[in-house]
Write a protein that binds this ligand. Structure first.
Ligand code: PXP
Length: 253
């Protein structure tokens, strides 16, 4: 039921990884078990984002733990009131981790170079059986799966074939082309990808490189359910605070 609903407003997922990146730059040792005592705390940022209207919080536990730590995710999971979206690679360690944590959703992303398609999304065509196994395991556990893919018809069609309810279209190539000649072409590729995914019954999310300039055009993509945004909101929060940074982004949605 929840999956079939089309919200009248595009939802905002705030990715707090780079708050932890800043913390790790100074407090690599302390953060393992005292992440809440040293600044900046990514969970405090998540709670402030929710208070300002964020609809969900995204965290990516990387294999090298270079930004958020397990302890951050555990704290966020118990403290946040919206939804926790865990970005993860398709490794057995991460699958076991997610099945035990039970976040609301997982977004499968590449961890290694070999798993990346030309432009940067997860190559699910090349890793069909592994991705299919993860989608099946997550849905059996009641966890919604999203696949972070390029807006490539083959990747979108395979997402539907593997039974993933959601995809997250990689907007990074478009964002990089925003001030260059390829912008219209990249935007059109995203638009056609969103149409195709929607026609195949997929819920369409998007993310990567979305900022306060390109958001005005991004929101005109058809069928958008949720945008996952991190770097630009965190960067703006340095100057105006978390509350205003999130509210300004929400106003575009
Ligand atoms: N979506 C996914 C799958 C990502 O990996 C990231 C980056 O961590 C984002 C969205 C957010 O990207 P940005 O920080 O550029 O907004």
């Amino acid at each position: 039921m929840f999956l079939a609903m089309t919200p009248t407003q595009i939802l905002l997922g705030v990715n707090v990884d780079h708050v932890a990146t800043v913390r790790q730059a100074r407090y690599r040792q302390h953060s393992l078990d005292h992440g809440d005592e040293v600044e900046p705390d990514c969970v405090a940022f998540a709670l402030a984002s929710e208070a300002a209207g964020a609809d969900g919080i995204t965290m990516h536990l990387r294999e090298d733990c270079r930004h958020v730590q397990d302890s951050d995710i555990q704290r966020a999971h118990t403290q946040i009131g919206t939804r926790l979206n865990l970005e993860m690679a398709c490794t057995q360690e991460m699958i076991d981790y997610a099945l035990e944590l039970k976040p609301d959703s997982v977004c499968l992303v590449p961890e290694n170079r070999e798993e990346i398609t030309t432009e940067g999304g997860l190559d699910i065509v090349g890793h069909k059986s592994r991705v299919g196994e993860v989608v099946a395991a997550m849905s059996e556990a009641g966890i919604v799966t999203s696949l972070f893919i390029d807006p490539d018809p083959a990747q979108i069609e395979m997402s539907a074939e593997l039974g993933s309810p959601w995809i997250e279209l990689h907007t990074g190539t478009y964002a990089n082309a925003y001030y260059h000649a390829g912008r219209n072409r990249e935007f059109d590729t995203l638009r056609r990808g969103a149409e195709l995914g929607h026609n195949l019954g997929l819920i369409i999310n998007a993310g990567h490189g979305i900022n306060y300039a390109n958001i005005a055009e991004v929101v005109t993509l058809p069928h958008l359910h949720e945008l996952n945004i991190g770097h630009s909101i965190i960067s703006r929060a340095l100057f105006v605070g978390v509350d205003q940074a999130v509210r300004e982004m929400k106003a575009f949605l």
